[in-house]
Write a protein of this length. Structure first.
Length: 266
């Protein structure tokens, strides 16, 4: 049975406790004591049971923190709501999953949302799965950038997310540049860009500079493709429904790499 099937079957409390379990339970209309399942209640540190637990945590953290970031500047814009909806659409969530995701998003907007506790538990659940936490961070940057600009209040929340998950401010700056440049390759960026701008954005997508040597470009490309490989991410705990998001990332990386190759002739 999948992680979602177990949740609907009423066994999610055995998979996930703490603030994330409480949020997930509330999103489904269940009463759940967040203190009843601490970290000592883990089924195992590996295998399918632990992966399903991480998938539950990723789902709950993704949409609740997204709501928190979108509300950080005092209001939630239509662009941010559409971004959250587009994530749900790309995931092809079932009707009950959509309801849960929207409720989690609303919980994140609440003044009583346990932001720090949620991030602390999410990091513990991921157990140093760096690429999984990076995927989570990239989704949150996309949410902050949904209206075309990252506001100072949203920037502060993103810095707090990085601190909680063990990412540096340099990591955040690099990922922000990647996310902003990816808008060109997804077709959401402004039209009429010059070839020079397109190429520079391609470098940003790969997280390298125009001065990088071919060997460095190929290394960056292979590293990013490995980090965003859907099957690898799912094996680490990414919900299966998010495979399409990871697949879109690899497509953007391939387009950026091919753009650089054509411009450099290698």
């Amino acid at each position: 049975m999948s992680w979602w099937g177990k949740i609907l079957g009423g066994t999610f409390g055995f998979m996930l406790g703490g603030p994330l379990g409480a949020l997930l339970g509330a999103s489904l209309g269940h009463q759940f004591d967040s203190s009843s399942q601490g970290q000592e209640g883990r089924e195992s540190l590996g295998g399918p049971a632990n992966r399903e637990r991480i998938q539950s945590a990723f789902f709950a953290a993704t949409f609740s923190v997204m709501g928190h970031i979108c509300k950080a500047d005092g209001k939630v814009t239509q662009d941010e709501i559409q971004l959250a909806q587009s994530v749900m659409d790309q995931m092809q969530l079932s009707p009950d999953q959509q309801v849960a995701a929207k409720r989690l998003f609303s919980e994140g907007k609440s003044s009583t949302f346990p932001f720090k506790a949620v991030l602390e538990q999410f990091r513990r659940e991921c157990r140093r799965r760096h690429t999984l936490m990076q995927m989570f961070l990239e989704i949150q940057i996309h949410a902050a950038y949904a209206d075309g600009v990252i506001h100072p209040a949203e920037q502060k929340v993103l810095r707090d997310v990085c601190d909680a998950l063990g990412f540096s401010q340099q990591d955040l700056a690099r990922l922000e540049a990647m996310v902003k440049s990816q808008s060109h390759f997804t077709g959401s960026g402004p039209a009429g860009k010059s070839s020079k701008t397109r190429i520079q954005e391609a470098y940003n997508v790969l997280g390298i500079s125009a001065a990088s040597k071919p060997a460095e470009i190929k290394k960056a490309y292979r590293r990013l493709m490995s980090q965003h490989h859907p099957d690898k991410l799912v094996a680490k705990g990414l919900p299966e429904e998010m495979m399409k998001l990871a697949g879109q990332k690899t497509h953007e990386i391939k387009v950026a790499y091919n753009t650089i190759r054509e411009s450099r002739g290698f």
